[in-house]
Design a protein. Structure first.
Length: 233
């Protein structure tokens, strides 16, 4: 009988450590000392080490769920009608979530293949590579860029957005990075594109946050345009 309360106490301590570690890593990044996490959790350093023998093990446990969510989002976009919107929109989505969370930024900044043993890092890279290759096949991303370079630019965008968030609008630095990924064409093909009204319903357009010229006012109009293009005859 005495063992069961101890197991319950151990579970509660583990949950407290994980919550404290999430807050600490999100605020201060991967370098936060374990002693600080123990103090935030209200437990002794020995309790932390019994649950997580190294800081690396604790860090991986904290960020695992967040990385899973990012991978799931990328996979959900693999069959998107517009590969360019899927790719650039995903980059912006990740940056928005990571620029305020040092833990995610640190995790994604790690070298490919070194994040953890259960392959979350590789899964993220593969999912990102699918979006990249589809966007390249659609002519929306320059062909000489590989997924490792995109990951580097993604992490750089997170850091730059964090540095500039007090002096400028969010997304500005990410938009500049996205512009650098686009193929260089004469006039960048913007002069012939309608950037003020939706091509389907003529509703005035709001400039895209990724910096890519907008064509449609909503996903509904985008789908209508796609059906028109693919309709037989």
């Amino acid at each position: 009988m005495s063992g069961q309360p101890q197991r319950a106490d151990a579970r509660r301590n583990r949950e407290r450590i994980l919550r404290a570690a999430f807050d600490a890593f999100a605020a201060d990044g991967h370098l936060v000392p374990l002693d600080d996490i123990a103090r935030r959790a209200g437990v002794g350093a020995g309790t932390v080490y019994r649950n997580f023998p190294t800081k690396e093990a604790l860090f991986k446990a904290v960020v695992a769920d967040r990385i899973d969510r990012i991978v799931d989002e990328a996979r959900a976009l693999e069959d998107a009608d517009d590969p360019a919107d899927a790719f650039y929109g995903f980059l912006l989505w990740v940056v928005e979530r990571a620029m305020y969370n040092h833990a995610i930024c640190d995790a994604l900044a790690m070298d490919v293949g070194t994040f953890d043993e259960d392959h979350r890092d590789q899964e993220f890279t593969l999912a990102l590579d699918v979006l990249l290759q589809r966007a390249q096949a659609a002519g929306a991303v320059r062909s000489d860029v590989d997924v490792r370079e995109v990951r580097t630019l993604l992490v750089g965008s997170m850091l730059m957005e964090r540095l500039r968030r007090s002096v400028g609008p969010p997304g500005r630095m990410t938009s500049l990075v996205c512009d650098g990924l686009r193929p260089v064409t004469k006039g960048n093909e913007t002069s012939s594109r309608n950037e003020t009204r939706c091509e389907v319903c003529a509703t005035p357009l709001t400039p895209a946050r990724t910096g890519r010229p907008a064509r449609f006012c909503s996903s509904s109009c985008r789908q209508k345009a796609h059906r028109r293009r693919t309709k037989p005859g």
